[in-house]
Design a protein around this ligand. Structure first.
Ligand code: SF4
Length: 426
């Protein structure tokens, strides 16, 4: 199927099944795991309970032994009972931390369920601490609590918290929004530079001193689909969003680049010259990895909000058939271009009632099920082949050079199951 021929009926107006019930997802604190690697002089201080500290430790895996730039200020029972002045204690803790780690230039106070429930005013604490530690350290605040945020929404809340403090600029510039691994970010910059688009800033920047400003002449393109609050915050600063499909696969990357190139008046010949070779490489790599995916069915449980663009990639470029595409939130403005390209047919769902969804999944018996770790092994034991959704957030998967790896993430569990079956039969 060619990218130039969108499906006759896309999914933009398809009915969405909205479910509310028990759900199996991460809270927004997990975003810290990849954000702290991206922002090299930032520290993330969760104000929460031992549960939050345990979550971070288990999600971070071996990273906790590498003096990471995140930690938890644990609320003790005296704080919860209102006996201690939690604000004063927090200020003392932050003072100690900053004295011990002079490399820290940005400090995020990250709210959690306990800090939200006892109504600890972290926004005020951040303001006060920012004044105390200016100009060397800027202190910001956002919430990653499970009450308010699901998984990748933690990144959204973090980036949105940075937008009001960005300096103003009148410059005509492109802002790329979303935390991608440095190597992928460099590829995107390089492709844009070859088309003559060089005034590019990235939110979040790698270091606090990297110049990132915003204003009425800023246009921005999202690199991730879960950035609804950041989009709104940038629009409040006068910036304009460039709608585009997300840069997954050869077609998605071309669609994303095309939208940005059109905004900057890049002519067709230049666009073709810059994209032809990497596009051909990506198409070849996807075709190779997609051999075991073609004709197979896929079912997405909600996890990261990447589900709709990934379903678009897997159906259009890898020949899969989507049965259900679940997402924690469906932001139609952001996902419109991807929905247009997703052939009508799959059930779209927003939110979760996990037991009902499991019933639908078992009844459909998909060839591949994308879900979190809590469901993966139990479903494998029932005979379903699964792909852990979290890997899609940690692995470099955007843009041309990673397109083959992205398809490989889905084909690997299929090949493994086939190999195990073969092994068992022999
Ligand atoms: S923020 Fe809430 S959901 Fe997340 S680990 Fe802490 S208590 Fe659990």
């Amino acid at each position: 199927m060619s990218f130039d021929t969108p499906p006759s009926t896309g999914c933009r107006d398809a009915p969405v099944l909205r479910e509310r019930g028990q759900h199996e997802v991460f809270c927004g604190l997990t975003g810290i795991i990849w954000l702290h690697r991206k922002m090299q002089d930032a520290f993330f201080l969760v104000v929460g309970s031992r549960t939050c500290a345990h979550l971070l430790q288990s999600a971070a895996g071996v990273m906790i032994f590498a003096e990471p730039r995140f930690g938890t200020a644990i609320l003790e029972e005296t704080d919860l009972a209102g006996l201690a002045d939690a604000q004063a204690e927090l200020e003392r803790e932050v003072g100690r931390l900053i004295a011990r780690r002079p490399d820290i230039r940005q400090l995020f106070l990250v709210g959690s369920c306990p800090s939200e429930v006892i109504k600890l005013d972290l926004a005020r604490a951040a303001e006060k601490l920012s004044v105390q530690h200016a100009p060397h350290v800027r202190v910001l605040n956002y919430s990653g609590s499970g009450i308010e945020t699901t998984f990748t929404q933690g990144e959204d809340a973090c980036l949105a918290s940075m937008v009001p403090g960005l300096p103003e600029t009148d410059a005509r510039q492109l802002m790329l929004v979303g935390a991608l691994p440095d190597v992928v970010e460099d590829q995107a910059r390089d492709l844009l530079a070859q088309m003559g688009i060089t005034d590019v800033t990235i939110l979040p920047a790698r270091r606090a001193d990297d110049p990132v400003a915003v204003g009425a002449n800023t246009v921005f393109a999202l690199l991730q689909p879960f950035l609804g609050d950041t989009l709104a915050a940038l629009e409040r600063r006068g910036a304009r969003h460039i709608p585009a499909p997300f840069p997954f696969g050869a077609q998605g990357t071309t669609g994303w680049l095309r939208a940005v190139a059109d905004e900057f008046g890049v002519d067709d010949a230049t666009f073709e010259r810059v994209t032809a070779a990497p596009r051909a490489r990506a198409t070849r790599a996807v075709a190779q990895a997609a051999e075991s995916l073609s004709g197979k069915s896929i079912f997405f449980f909600p996890d990261s909000q990447l589900e709709i663009p990934l379903a678009r990639f897997l159906t259009r470029e890898c020949g899969m058939r989507a049965i259900e595409v679940g997402t924690p939130f469906l932001h139609k403005t952001i996902l419109g271009p991807d929905l247009d390209l997703l052939e009508a047919g799959p059930q779209l769902t927003e939110g979760q009632d996990v037991e009902r969804q499991l019933d639908r999944c078992r009844a459909a018996h998909p060839d591949l099920t994308v879900c979190g770790l809590g469901l993966a092994n139990p479903l494998e034991a029932e005979g379903l082949t699964t792909k852990w959704a979290i890997e899609l957030v940690f692995t470099p998967v955007h843009f041309y050079e990673q397109a083959g790896d992205l398809a490989g993430l889905f084909s690997r569990p299929m090949r493994r199951r086939a190999a195990l079956k073969l092994g068992a039969a022999s």
